[in-house]
Design a protein around this ligand. Structure first.
Ligand code: NOJ
Length: 546
């Protein structure tokens, strides 16, 4: 395949042809799609250095295709000092040697297309690495060519940081640079200086970056922290919601402010309107990581097609609580509709299995929840390993690698980032070396993909079955509106067309919503004796009504 334009692999050889010219196809390829997050460092290691890489990914794409996913999102593979495991980019158009070469990315794209999978890559526009040549130049002083690519401010009148903004990873959002006598801003680590999106040169640079990757054949972009790019032009203090203990972790300190001035500014969506002019003609997806926790503002990022899709994180924060789940999902459907991506887990949060109690029960509940999400308008999203029912065990403090943990900001995010267990070979088939993060101590052969391939009721088999069933229920794939059904207290249920999706969160059976007959059954737990008109515990059923 040539790398000169769009990713059209031709009829019968991969994804369907992309629209040509400007504008949007009536049913773009991501309509009601299933996305699969590849956390590259932990997916599959080809060269034995203990870190997953692009050749390793290419060798395991069949797993993602057979699962029934439509596309994968690959976490950053760019050259990076890895201060935040790749979310500190020092070259936006290269590949870090740890992960391979540019030709390995090309091979992933080509092979994925041959499997009928689309490839979405991460773009990290809020900040660069402090080693990025732009920042290295900016450090040379106020007159540097790239000084204005970053957010530099003088100290507050009485001295100290220019305002009270705090970093999400702990401490102030400002670091003093003595040599040039100003502070620079960083929403995350000091090694991740924020870019200045008030500078048109930054816009042009990223537009070129998007074009570069589209020309290499990628099918879209997951936009890191899409809500954070612009700030209040006056850099005013954020209102404080409540005092927190000085010893509180970074998340608690961050949550003690109302982030009125440092995120979700009205002008941020203008950036994506412009990006759409670049991605639309290529039929490429813009999927925003909009890390906001109520549905209404998330909805603004997808209203009028600003972004094609936005992740809806309230869906992965909620616990095993029928009322809370119903509320979060209803709100999401109301404000985002088919333009939401519903994540089961992510590399930044505890896995659904863990959130829902851990162990085999947690895995069953996670699958039931996946079935509930899977019937909603929008995209369903898995984190690698969700399909194996992977749990998350906390790592011993000396093996923690996430900067959030190593800086003392809490337990960190390592627990959902442990490597994929592929087989019972040494290193679980992930690596022939020492894995960069240890496998959970209680991991056994039953969790491996190879074993689950041959066990009929494995989490893998049930996840595949769910996706197959979903694909054959036209009500769930079309535009049928969601009608919420209010049945038993512990049941969350909705109807789309003639299809009813109902999840029982109780530890015992509950009646099915009235008038609905079972035609297709998706059980979260292995088959059990006929349950009549009941929904078994921790189970989602797909029903049809007359
Ligand atoms: C969101 C990413 O998912 C997370 O892993 C990263 O630390 C921050 N953005 C900063 O880029």
């Amino acid at each position: 395949m040539t790398r000169s334009g769009t990713t059209d692999a031709g009829p019968g050889t991969g994804p369907a042809a992309h629209p040509t010219g400007s504008g949007r196809a009536p049913h773009p390829w991501w309509t009601q799609a299933i996305g699969y997050q590849v956390y590259l460092r932990s997916f599959n290691d080809h060269d034995g250095d203990g870190i997953g890489d692009l050749p390793g990914l290419a060798a395991r794409l069949d797993h993602i295709a057979r699962l029934g996913a439509d596309y994968l999102w690959i976490t950053p593979f760019y050259p990076s000092p890895q201060a935040d495991h790749g979310y500190d980019v020092s070259d936006y158009t290269g590949v870090d040697p740890r992960f391979g070469r540019l030709s390995d990315l090309d091979a992933v794209v080509d092979r994925a297309h041959a499997f009928g999978l689309r490839v979405v890559i991460d773009v990290v526009p809020n900040h660069t690495s402090d080693r990025h040549p732009w920042f290295q130049d900016a450090l040379t002083g106020p007159d540097a060519t790239y000084r204005d690519h970053y957010v530099w401010r003088d100290p507050a009148p009485g001295g100290g940081p220019p305002n009270n903004w705090v970093s999400k990873f702990g401490g102030p959002a400002w670091t003093w640079h003595a040599a040039s006598g100003q502070y620079f801003m960083h929403t995350f680590l000091p090694q991740q200086p924020d870019l200045n999106w008030a500078n048109p040169a930054v816009h042009r640079a990223f537009e070129d970056i998007l074009r570069f990757w589209l020309a290499r054949g990628v099918d879209g972009f997951r936009i890191d922290t899409a809500h954070l790019l612009t700030e209040d032009p006056l850099y005013r203090d954020n209102p404080r919601l409540h005092e927190v203990d000085a010893a509180a972790d970074a998340e608690a300190v961050y949550a003690s402010f109302e982030h009125r001035h440092d995120l979700d500014q009205p002008d941020v969506v203008d950036i994506y309107r412009r990006w759409r002019e670049i991605t639309d003609p290529a039929g490429a997806l813009l999927l925003g990581e909009v890390g906001l926790f109520t549905a209404e503002p998330v909805g603004r990022y997808v209203a009028d097609g600003v972004l094609d899709l936005a992740f809806y994180f309230p869906a992965l924060k909620v616990g095993w609580d029928a009322r809370a789940i119903r509320e979060v999902l209803e709100e999401g459907v109301t404000h985002g509709g088919a333009r939401l991506a519903w994540p089961l887990s992510s590399h930044d949060d505890p896995r659904a299995t863990q959130r829902f109690g851990g162990g085999p029960g947690g895995a069953d509940r996670a699958l039931a929840y996946l079935a509930l999400l899977g019937g909603l308008p929008g995209n369903t999203f898995l984190l690698q390993g969700d399909e194996l029912g992977l749990d998350a065990s906390q790592l011993p403090p000396e093996r923690r690698a996430d900067p959030v943990a190593t800086r003392g900001g809490g337990a960190g995010r390592d627990a959902s980032r442990t490597p994929m267990p592929w087989s019972d070979r040494p290193g679980f088939g992930f690596t022939t070396g020492e894995p960069w993060l240890p496998f959970p101590t209680d991991l056994d052969v039953e969790h491996t993909a190879a074993r689950q391939e041959v066990v009929p009721d494995s989490a893998l088999a049930r996840t595949r079955r769910l996706f197959t069933v979903r694909r054959h229920l036209p009500d769930l794939l079309g535009t049928a509106p969601v009608e919420w059904l209010h049945s038993a207290d512990d049941v969350v249920a909705y109807r789309r067309g003639r299809t009813v999706v109902a999840m029982n969160l109780a530890p015992t059976t509950r009646p099915r919503p009235g008038g609905a007959a079972l035609v297709e059954r998706y059980r979260s737990s292995p088959a059990s004796p006929d349950d009549g008109n009941d929904i078994p515990a921790d189970t989602t059923v797909l029903l049809t009504s007359p």
